[in-house]
Design a protein around this ligand. Structure first.
Ligand SMILES: Nc1nc2c(ncn2[C@@H]2O[C@H](COP(=O)(O)OP(=O)(O)OP(=O)(O)O)[C@@H](O)[C@H]2O)c(=O)[nH]1
Ligand SMILES: [Mg+2]
Length: 301
């Protein structure tokens, strides 16, 4: 069970909103008032879906994994590279765990505490956030990708795992930039600043377009608030280069340049990870599963 208590944000929404709007004029975030929680303080769980176990086909699964993941779709600095067994473990965790829609955050109730570690999926509208979450949890029918920019208008929370200490939460945020609203931007920022146990914000970037000024501005804002972030390339099946190394290199260069200002003297402890993904070919999905589990402390670094 996910325990959850709602707390009102204590930050000064006027000044933070103003900063957010100044840095990212087109970003907006809105959360229609539909966050559902029970009065007992527990999440109201919806669409609870027990994922079918993969039975005893692990060997065949591992062989398929080996074949599919013969290319590396991730580039890491300071993190260990997962072995094929690690990727298989991450794949199994997502397949065998209970997966559920844990709630949707309204504009005014986006801030929350949970004892469960969580990661957030952020990025420009149309970057592929909802699609990537769907690729991680194909059984989650509530996840609706759309070619219309700005389609996701609330924060959606999804839980994975059923045992205490072996569970995590992922949030699908409305996009920033074209098609978003100021209200959405404010609410996303409030959520990111106040969410308890937020371990990582994945900034999704379309592999065809790579970075845009709004990505830089959002990253600068996250740095200002000390919120950890890392970049994920999406839609790799449509990338100009068919070589994942090229896309990884370009994204890593952007990531390094973005971190430069914030790192300062702590450069010696610099850690980074870039993963390229596609919901069509499913490349990078197991790498991402591993990354999520690692950030949530479910597997060792
Ligand atoms: N070819 C390809 N298309 C993708 C991929 N991921 C997403 N798309 C397409 O990109 C479009 C946008 O996807 P979404 O997942 O809805 O994007 P989003 O970031 O959630 O967008 P907002 O909710 O508007 O912020 C859809 O038409 C998807 O089918 C991918 O890996 N490959
Ligand atoms: Mg979406």
């Amino acid at each position: 069970m996910i325990r959850r208590t709602v707390r009102r944000s204590t930050y000064n929404s006027c000044s933070a909103s103003a900063v957010f709007r100044r840095l990212v004029p087109a970003i907006s975030i809105s959360f229609p008032a539909s966050l559902t929680f029970s009065t007992t303080g527990a999440w109201t769980l919806k669409d609870s879906t027990k994922i079918k176990s993969g039975s005893n086909k692990n060997d065949a699964g591992n062989r398929r994994l080996q074949k599919k993941d013969k290319h590396r779709y991730a580039l890491r600095i300071g993190y260990r590279t997962p072995a094929l067994n690690d990727l298989a473990l991450a794949k199994r965790f997502f397949e065998k765990s209970q997966i559920y829609h844990a709630g949707s955050a309204s504009l005014h109730d986006a801030a929350f505490d949970t004892i469960i570690p969580q990661v957030a999926f952020a990025g420009r509208t149309n970057a592929g956030k909802s699609s990537l979450l769907k690729a991680l949890m194909p059984e989650m029918k509530i996840i609706k990708p759309s070619k219309k920019p700005g389609f996701t208008r609330k924060i959606y929370f999804y839980g994975v795992g059923s045992k205490p200490g072996r569970e995590l939460i992922m949030s699908d945020l409305p996009g920033y930039g074209y098609g978003s609203t100021t209200e959405q931007g404010d609410a996303i920022l409030e959520y990111l600043r106040t969410a308890a146990n937020l371990k990582m914000v994945y900034i999704l970037m379309d592999s065809r377009v790579l970075e845009m000024p709004s990505d830089r501005q959002v990253i600068a804002l996250l740095d200002t608030y000390g919120i950890p972030w890392q970049i994920i390339g999406t839609k790799f099946d449509r990338a100009r280069s068919t070589n994942p190394e090229h896309v990884l290199d370009m994204l890593m260069r952007f990531s390094k340049a973005s971190r430069k200002g914030a790192m300062g003297a702590s450069e010696q402890y610099y850690k980074d990870e870039i993963i390229v993904t596609s919901d069509k070919t499913m490349v990078g999905i197991n790498e991402l599963k591993w990354s999520i589990m690692r950030h949530c402390g479910l597997v060792s670094e």
